[in-house]
Design a protein around this ligand. Structure first.
Ligand code: SAH
Ligand code: SF4
Ligand code: F3S
Length: 460
């Protein structure tokens, strides 16, 4: 962290001393945004702010925005309207950051129509928050702190994590892929990898604090670039698995084009690596994939899945799919359904194509009518819903390694956790084990969104 910002942290801490000044963060985006919010929370706690869940009651409200799909805009503007009403009654500071603030037209709109917003910051200027909050609270200035060029990587920001046993570690920032539908490369900048030693330092520290599960994050996580020793993503995965105390390792999102054999080998030989691999498909048709600039064909995707199934027998897949990309015909959409049937995904995150200004696909004239997009979405959903039932039934009678994540929301004597394949499972608690333990559980019932089971061994 920069000294300059450390000073502002001290000044604010002094100012907030012996007072209850609260903050709340509403995170609207992906896990990378969640991880950024954890760093924002870390800075604010060091500045003497106390966390409060309900943002409507906080003295300082942060919105961490996403702009990957269109509906995010309406949602944000609605939330800003809510805060306007609160501001009419009492003093509250509103700071808006994240990906959407890297879009010039959105910032202009906010500046014009919502002049009461106190701080606007971008994805490359998050680390200046102490100074910006100081300016907004002490100097009562309106602050706009956006940088168009890629930010540096700032190591050592304080962090307040959401969970006690599971932690996310961002290993690379930005994206160079420019999929033609996607805004992320424009708002997150070019790919920048953290130094391997910094990543491993963070993970060793987490292990010492009792963390059991690590999720490595990046928009394109497997294009990670290391150094002479830890050269690439496969090497890094290997090293992370060696960290004592870490029981489970996950990563999102890999790109199929960068899924090299050495990564597959590393997964095959390291049991700590989660057996649910998120492998974004986006579309099943080769022509559509080409127009999306995904750099793989239908056949290459299926061949990759097949290779992984052969080398890692217990592997399962989850994916992201976009329906209604410009120009997609009914026959082309059939290819998406075909891949879904063939791969038999355990989880499918489905999205209706949404125009993002500034991307290549937004300029196309052959946009698909909303009605057709919705029909395709429903068709895909139905196919997926049927496969979920069958996939879950396969688990009955099997014994699974479970990391106990907490108590079930509705029943305080029931634990919840996840299998190596990321399935949610609930089971009766046992006096011999606690949250954060790995246990063996026999699956007794399959439901649509979870499994039920009973502990058979409290030792891993
Ligand atoms: N870098 C990751 C995630 C990107 S955003 C990856 O490549 O997988 C998460 C998902 O949002 C994408 O995988 C894609 O399915 C979806 N998405 C991105 N842009 C979209 C758009 N314009 N319309 C609809 N869905 C979109
Ligand atoms: Fe967007 Fe494609 Fe980059 Fe993912 S890989 S963030 S979908 S441009
Ligand atoms: Fe959204 Fe930004 Fe993530 S646009 S999906 S929050 S990287």
């Amino acid at each position: 962290m920069q000294n300059h910002q450390e000073n502002y942290i001290k000044i604010m801490k002094e100012k907030n001393k012996n007072k209850l000044v609260t903050y709340s963060i509403l995170t609207m985006g992906c896990q990378l945004n969640e991880n950024d919010s954890e760093k924002i929370a870390g800075m604010l706690e060091n500045m003497g702010y106390s966390f409060i869940e309900d943002y409507k009651k906080a003295n300082l409200i942060i919105f961490n925005t996403c702009c990957v799909r269109e509906n995010a805009e309406e949602r944000l503007l609605g939330k800003i309207g809510e805060i306007k009403k609160i501001k009419e009654r009492r003093n509250v500071i509103l700071a808006i950051g994240g990906c959407m603030m890297q879009e010039k037209n959105m910032v202009d709109k906010i500046k014009k129509s919502y002049p009461f917003v106190d701080v606007i910051f971008g994805t490359h200027t998050m680390q200046n928050l102490p100074e910006n909050i100081y300016k907004a609270t002490v100097k009562q200035e309106k602050v706009k702190d956006i940088m168009d060029i890629d930010g540096e990587i700032y190591e050592g920001l304080p962090i307040k994590r959401n969970d006690q046993f599971k932690a996310s570690v961002t290993i690379m920032y930005g994206c160079n892929n420019y999929c033609t539908y996607c805004i992320v490369p424009y708002v997150r900048g070019r790919e920048r990898s953290r130094k391997p030693e910094k990543i491993l330092e963070e993970i060793k520290q987490l292990a010492q604090e009792g963390y059991k599960e690590i999720t490595l994050l990046g928009q394109n996580v497997n294009s990670y670039q290391g150094d002479n020793n830890i050269r690439n993503f496969a090497d890094l995965l290997e090293e992370v698995c060696k960290v004592d105390g870490i029981e489970r390792v996950k990563f999102i999102s890999p790109h199929p084009k960068d899924f090299t054999d050495d990564v597959i080998e590393t997964i095959a030989k390291n049991k700590k690596i989660c057996r649910m691999i998120h492998l974004p498909l986006q579309a099943g048709n080769t022509k559509v994939l080409q127009e999306m600039n995904r750099k793989y064909t239908k056949e290459q995707y299926l061949a990759l899945v097949q290779k992984m199934k052969t080398k890692i027998p217990d592997i399962v897949f989850s994916t992201d799919i976009i329906v209604g990309f410009p120009g997609e015909t009914d026959e082309e959409f059939e290819d998406t359904l075909d891949v879904v049937r063939k791969v038999n995904f355990e989880q499918v995150f489905m999205f209706i194509y949404s125009i993002r200004e500034g991307t290549v696909a937004a300029g196309r004239e052959d946009q698909i009518p909303e009605k057709i997009k919705h029909e395709r979405f429903n068709q895909l959903k139905e196919l997926y819903n049927n496969s979920v039932d069958k996939n879950n039934e396969k688990y009955i009678g099997t014994v699974q390694n479970i990391l106990i994540e907490g108590y079930s929301k509705n029943n305080k004597t029931t634990f919840t956790g996840r299998t190596d394949t990321n399935k949610v499972i609930i089971f009766e608690e046992s006096e011999e084990c606690r949250i954060g333990d790995m246990v063996k559980v026999k699956i007794t019932e399959a439901h649509k969104w979870y499994l039920k089971g009973e502990i058979i061994d409290t030792k891993k």
